[in-house]
Design a protein around this ligand. Structure first.
Ligand code: XIL
Length: 320
């Protein structure tokens, strides 16, 4: 039985990040995505540098392709991401704009993009990764913070909501699966936004993990509980499990990988509070880990030939 049929019985959306290029050029890739998933996130196609490579110009080709593909195959689309410090086009990054101009640029961008896909996007990652390296405060050096001040966060949520009242609006970040300094900060931040009436509906736990840095199950469940007690949805948005790491051999990690997928996802499924789980890529050849961090890694559910790995069966078991 496919992951999507298993997930459906649990009322969980099960997703993968997709690449526009692979979708366009690889029929096996397309077929597997249709067979296994009912939620897709464009891996890069909805980032600022792709949407607006030149000032006042918009390019929606890959995003349209992905959104149409999803609609034709009864899949939902998770929009990623409106406001982030990375993958910002040069004209914006190097531009010499006043605070007022930055505000107008952000406003026009969010209105244009959210409106373009209105009704076709179930959820938007409105803000991605707003914290600094020490994880206990905002990143004061981040592009949007520097140019607009801390209000950029609520401004972005308000703008997105005013354009699409039905889209779920998320704050998304890495390393917040556990109870730790970073998730404590984000908990407070979201609580404050909710008190102020800012339209934020969910928190995305990216879950880029590995054997040496995966969450403690009990803490993770307590963490999910506290965010959901705030009235927020908790979604796993970018899961992958690395196996290369200096402290262990790759072979040892290959054995641990399915165990980790299974332990974490069983705990989440059993808890019943997370209603969407997305993996950050379909297979080991379409993974940001293998193409930018370590080409010998294999963090996903399918191998480079699109064959299901033990990790796939572990996820299926967890859903079962
Ligand atoms: C990554 C993509 O997978 C890469 O293709 C791209 O080069 C860089 O971004 N957290 C995020 C994602 O929120 O947008 C990142 O995606 C991975 C980390």
């Amino acid at each position: 039985m496919s992951l999507k049929s298993l997930a459906k019985k649990r009322n969980i959306l099960i997703g993968t990040a997709v690449s526009g290029n692979a979708l366009r050029n690889n029929a096996d890739y397309r077929n597997l995505i249709v067979q296994e998933f009912n939620l897709i996130t464009p891996e890069n196609a909805m980032k600022w540098e792709v949407f607006s490579p030149k000032r006042n110009t918009f390019a929606f080709d890959d995003a349209d392709l992905i959104v149409d593909f999803a609609r034709n195959n009864n899949q939902k689309v998770h929009g990623h991401t409106l406001v982030w410090d990375k993958q910002i086009p040069d004209w914006l990054k190097r531009g010499n704009f006043s605070k007022k101009e930055f505000h107008t640029i952000l406003e026009k961008y969010i209105n244009r993009v959210v409106d373009r896909f209105k009704g076709k996007i179930i959820a938007w990652d409105v803000i991605n990764e707003a914290l600094g390296d020490c994880n206990d405060d905002y990143d004061g050096d981040s592009f949007w913070y520097k140019n607009l001040g801390i209000d950029y966060i609520e401004t972005a949520f308000n703008l997105a909501h005013s354009t699409d009242k039905n889209a779920l609006l998320f704050y998304n970040d890495w390393g917040i699966e556990d109870i730790n300094v970073k998730s404590n900060f984000i908990y407070k931040m979201l609580e404050n936004l909710l008190i102020k009436g800012v339209p934020v509906h969910g928190v995305g736990f990216q879950m880029h993990i590995g054997p040496n840095f995966s969450p403690n199950i009990k803490n993770m469940r307590d963490n999910i509980d506290r965010f959901s007690d705030l009235g927020l949805k908790v979604w796993i948005t970018e899961m992958d499990v690395r196996i290369t790491d200096s402290r262990c051999t790759k072979e040892e990690f290959e054995i641990k990988q399915p165990e980790i997928y299974k332990a974490i996802l069983s705990a989440i499924v059993e808890q019943g509070k997370v209603d969407a789980i997305t993996f950050w890529g379909l297979d080991d050849s379409h993974s940001w880990i293998t193409y930018s961090l370590d080409k010998n890694d294999s963090p996903l559910l399918f191998d480079k030939d699109l064959k299901p790995k033990s990790a796939y069966y572990a996820v299926a078991d967890a859903l079962r």
